[in-house]
Design a protein around this ligand. Sequence first.
Ligand code: PMP
Length: 401
Amino acid sequence: VSRFNDITMAPPDPILGVSEAFKADTHEMKLNLGVGAYRTEDLQPYVLNVVKKAEKLMLERGENKEYLPIEGLAAFNKATAELLFGANNAVILQQRVATAQGLSGTGSLRLAAALIERYFPGSKVLISSPTWGNHKNIFNDARVPWSEYRYYDPKTVGLDFDGMISDIKAAPDGSFVLLHGCAHNPTGIDPTPGQWEKIADVIQEKKHIPFFDVAYQGFASGSLDADASSVRLFAARGMELLIAQSYSKNLGLYAERIGAINVVCSSSDVAERVKSQLKRLARPMYSNPPVHGARIVANVVGNSDLFDEWKEEMQMMAGRIKNVRKKLYDSLSAKDSSGKDWSFVLKQIGMFSFTGLNKAQSENMTNKWHVYMTKDGRISLAGLSSAKCEYLADAIIDSYH
Ligand code: PMP
């Protein structure tokens, strides 16, 4: 009998499990709107031209495969903090940011969670309800307690702003507040600039520490600066904050696992100490991060031609998603005779749309219409082509009514 006999079968991951079910389906109209990965209009994966060009440069230089320092590639760390804050931001000029390369967004969040667990024992992280499914796993495994703040209002398929503010107010002083920098996952609903100011007011009043998850910078609106405006607004108030970054979506580097954790501190002296502890936490977890994705980012950002071309490709990707969003809205409005207001689809931003479909309705989408999606009613518009918008609208209307 196995020594591992007491280990039970783990449930499939609610997001990645959707792709497995999709693969097994042979229907010709099948659609995979589960995982958030960009697809072309032909629904094929896309490698950015700037990535191919950067890789060619890297190959020509014949770079070696020596270990990186624990904190990652210096040129990447500099580039990633400057992209986030803007190169002339006071936090950069005053050297108040501790930046460490991480294993994409997930690994960077995990490193931050380890920092919280070690130096803020008992402090809670407040997360939005709902949020990206992996947030809870990350904090659970890091043994960081968390609770939820209200975010989504099913009545309006919009933001429950009053609920959000009162839950942040009600939390113990000095909690961490996890915020999605832009393109909230799974809802696609972001606060307005005015609402961000009020959120910052309450967080300051309560001496909370903002903790941003920035997985879509430049990919949501097409502008790197616009998508970082929430983070910059907090930094401009002189607050200390944490920011996890990912290059999975905006550079299409999903499998390269490239991202960073940034901790904005009140002085360069504190930042130096925080960075030394991030290294100490990383060393026994994975020793040092992978080099390939870091070099791609550093090369793209460090070359003005490639940097400009990257911005164009980001606009192209963001634009394709906005197009199918509009076409889906048009198809829903034209086909649905019930008088339902579908304008929430247009108000959402980023690769996801929260349809408002419940679990049973989402199951109807898959079982009857071969549309694969998470059971919370989220669809990834990045996996939708304009050719299939009308089909998707038929499926949604049928599942709703
Ligand atoms: N945070 C959010 C909100 C996300 O949507 C994602 C990607 N789905 C991530 C973090 C991290 O992804 P990755 O680890 O691939 O960077």
